[in-house]
Ligand binder design. Structure first.
Ligand code: SF4
Length: 357
């Protein structure tokens, strides 16, 4: 523990007199909090709850089943790592690949372009999942495919927008959230303004913070100070990394290819304007249209309470399947699969680093 973290811990103990609940929105925050043992440094009145900032976790079950159904057409389905192991109704991309279907692991959107160019006789579909951080790379892929006139590439866009999810959470009185630790990476792209409604409309302090323990503790102290003074403001402690206006080039890139659409989130249901669809000018790259898919919301695996975990309603330990049936080796839901998932973080760090709280 650094001296700054220790000082922040003491400051929090002095500042937080009444119970408060702060949501760390981002899965990277969640993992950093568990790995560094931050929960054990907090006063008992400060409750940290994990939010919906793991893109794999919030992907609706019906969206996963839709991607799996594409394999049956003979198409190549390319996806980032964690999506591979998320169970759907008929298996996962990984188990389907073992069964002979053509699912491919990619580490960047541009890998998909390479596959499509090398194998022009195959339909290649990119399973595009993620928030405003990854959507610009998908937009660049679509633009490049358009310029090169690649006919066998399409995108199954399940990208999600962060602000509508926070809107839903902040308006839910049952959650009684006292503050938000906002996602640093998303804020780099969006800047400050899309989050200002949290403080100005809902009266909830919101702080943009980076991911190391000092940043997280500073963010919590900034929220606690506001609560103590009875104030609510949007603040950033992430320094130069987040400009108030965000990354305008990345946003322009995203907006040139995508338009917002209603989307279904695990745990939150259908939220208006919370997804990203390809604009009409790029509809030839839209896998839902090309394959005439109808991706409707689906049922979570039996017994899995991932939707409640990622909205801060329960801790993973309250899921009866946690550690008994559901483990990282044999995950039932995405919250255990993903490297940013809360159940996985509890499983890995709970005992060692005081994650019980
Ligand atoms: S422990 Fe497993 S089954 Fe339970 S909520 Fe988490 S992912 Fe779902």
């Amino acid at each position: 523990m650094t001296s700054n973290v220790a000082a922040a811990s003491e400051a929090l103990k002095a500042l937080v007199a009444a119970p408060i609940s702060v949501m760390e929105v981002c899965g990277t925050h969640t993992v950093s909090i568990f790995r560094s043992g931050i929960r054990s440094l907090l006063p008992p009145q400060l409750r940290l709850v994990s939010g919906p900032g793991c893109p794999v976790c919030v992907t609706d079950q019906g969206e996963i089943d839709c991607a799996l159904s594409l394999l049956e057409t003979g198409a190549v389905v390319a996806a980032y790592g964690d999506m591979f192991r998320v169970p759907g109704k008929t298996g996962s991309l990984a188990s389907k690949r073992s069964a002979g279907f053509d699912a491919r692991l990619v580490t960047s959107a541009s890998d998909v372009l390479t596959i499509a160019e090398k194998e022009p006789r195959k339909e290649v579909v990119f399973l595009a999942v993620g928030f405003e951080t990854t959507a610009p790379a998908t937009a660049a892929l679509v633009l490049e495919a358009s310029v090169r006139n690649i006919a066998n590439l399409s995108v199954l866009s399940f990208h999600k927008r962060t602000p509508p999810a926070l809107k839903a959470l902040s308006a839910d009185p049952s959650l009684a959230l006292s503050g938000f630790l906002l996602p640093g990476h998303v804020s780099v792209i969006l800047g400050h303004e899309p989050f200002r409604f949290l403080s100005d409309l809902h009266g909830i302090p919101a702080v943009i913070a980076g991911f190391d323990p000092e940043q997280i503790m500073l963010g919590l102290v900034t929220i606690a100070l506001q609560k103590r003074k009875g104030e609510a403001a949007l603040r950033s402690v992430y320094g130069q990394a987040v400009r108030p206006e965000g990354n305008t080039k990345a946003r322009e890139l995203m907006e040139s290819v995508f338009i917002s659409k209603d989307a279904s989130w695990r745990g939150l249901g259908v939220l208006p304007d919370s997804g990203l669809a390809l604009r009409d000018g790029f509809s030839r790259f839209d896998a839902e249209k090309r394959f005439e898919l109808s991706c409707t919301p689906g049922e979570a695996p039996a017994g899995c309470r991932c939707g409640e975990v990622l909205t801060g309603r329960i801790a993973p330990t309250e899921c009866p399947l946690f550690r008994t049936v559901c483990t990282p080796v044999s995950p039932v839901g995405p919250c255990m699969v993903s490297g940013e998932g809360t159940c996985g973080a509890y499983f890995r760090y709970q005992r060692a680093n005081g994650g019980e709280r």
